[in-house]
Design a protein around this ligand. Structure first.
Ligand SMILES: [Fe+2]
Length: 361
């Protein structure tokens, strides 16, 4: 009898393990000059729900985030990893950043708003893999339509899988992440604002999604002032970098008429004097599902929200500021070389919709 119980327990525990399946990743996140976190997502079961107890028509996976952090990594190197003991789908690689101030030649990929139209999101990823060669990948927010819904994250990771396996991933919060803990957990984001140096470029990542931060106006204002103080300190320390790049979700300037004067955009616009004062070269945003470039105070403001979400019209160019706008799915290549940065906005068929160069200042 005792032996039978033991056998039963063994069978049950084996079944529990057998149910686990990898539904996201692997991916490299929180990559700095010396350390990196490899993450992947495991589905441990499914939960069903519905209004009729005999017809539970909704299902959502139970997800568990797995992570390991490697420290003491060499800077400026390719690092390969394997999270599934040799199985092809468990292998990937990423690069660690060259030391701050080192003149390097590399490509950063920038794109965003990948929610909603998964077929189009997949086409964008396929085009990235065909036409770009990123050393790091930057997402401008709205990864999924609702960050609280566990059913949506495996779809995101399935579509992005081949890209995530080949470059470190750096996201910012969009309003559709709902400031949900999963965003922080899955991508090992320890603060909603953070920065890193990649050779001669300083990247700063901000949170403009005040709407989901807190229902309290006082708390939102306190967060914004804290982040702004941190930003000024961060950019002050980054003045020796050849290029300063800021990434956030809401655009301070937009050519989408109905979005001019909107909440997150108004918060974002309060940072414009800071960007000018601290000689920021590029501000990459999303939120509007198109490509836009505006120039103000020596700063290039680029909206890249063409990752799959339904396209928005570009109907209201801003006089004197707007350089180009196009409503199409796309991604942006930021090509860095010593003293020079080149930007290309590329469509899913490889068409270059915008290209320009900026010198270090
Ligand atoms: Fe958004």
């Amino acid at each position: 009898m005792k032996l039978k119980s033991s056998l039963l327990i063994l069978v049950l525990s084996t079944l529990a393990v057998a149910q686990d399946k990898v539904v996201g990743g692997p991916y490299a996140v929180n990559v700095s000059g010396r350390s990196a976190t490899i993450g992947w997502l495991v589905e441990t079961g499914q939960v069903k729900a519905g209004a009729d107890q005999d017809k539970l028509d909704r299902a959502a996976p139970v997800l568990r985030s797995e992570k390991v952090t490697f420290t003491g990594l060499p800077p400026g190197q390719m690092i390969h990893y394997d999270v599934l003991n040799g199985r092809k789908e468990g292998k990937g690689f990423f690069r660690t950043p060259p030391p701050a101030g080192t003149e390097a030649t590399f490509e950063a990929l920038v794109f965003g708003d990948t929610r909603t139209r998964h077929d189009m999101h997949r086409k964008v990823i396929e085009a990235i893999l065909k036409f770009a060669d990123p050393h790091l990948t930057i997402h401008t927010g709205d990864l999924v339509a609702d960050g609280a819904d566990t059913a949506q994250w495996p779809i995101f990771f399935d579509v992005e899988g081949d890209l995530l396996r080949r470059a470190a991933f750096f996201p910012v919060l969009g309003n559709h992440e709902r400031n949900n803990y999963k965003y922080y957990d899955f991508f090992e984001v320890n603060s909603p604002y953070y920065s890193l140096d990649w050779g001669q470029v300083h990247f700063t990542f901000l949170n403009t999604d005040l709407g989901n931060f807190s229902p309290s106006t006082a708390e939102r204002e306190r967060f914004w002032e804290d982040q702004k103080r941190w930003l000024i300190d961060d950019l002050t320390r980054a003045q020796k970098a050849q290029f300063r790049v800021v990434v956030m979700h809401h655009p301070p300037f937009t050519g989408v008429g109905r979005r001019q004067g909107g909440g997150g955009n108004v918060w974002a616009r309060t940072l414009v004097p800071v960007f000018e004062q601290f000689k920021v070269h590029f501000v990459f945003t999303g939120h509007d599902h198109n490509y836009q470039r505006h120039e103000f105070g020596g700063v290039q403001y680029i909206v890249t929200g063409g990752g799959g979400a339904p396209l928005y019209p570009v109907d209201s160019p801003i006089e004197g500021l707007t350089r180009t706008m196009i409503s199409t799915e796309h991604f942006v290549r930021l090509l860095i070389s010593p003293g020079m940065a080149k930007v290309q906005a590329v469509g899913i068929d490889g068409t270059v919709h915008d290209t320009f160069e900026v010198e270090a200042k």
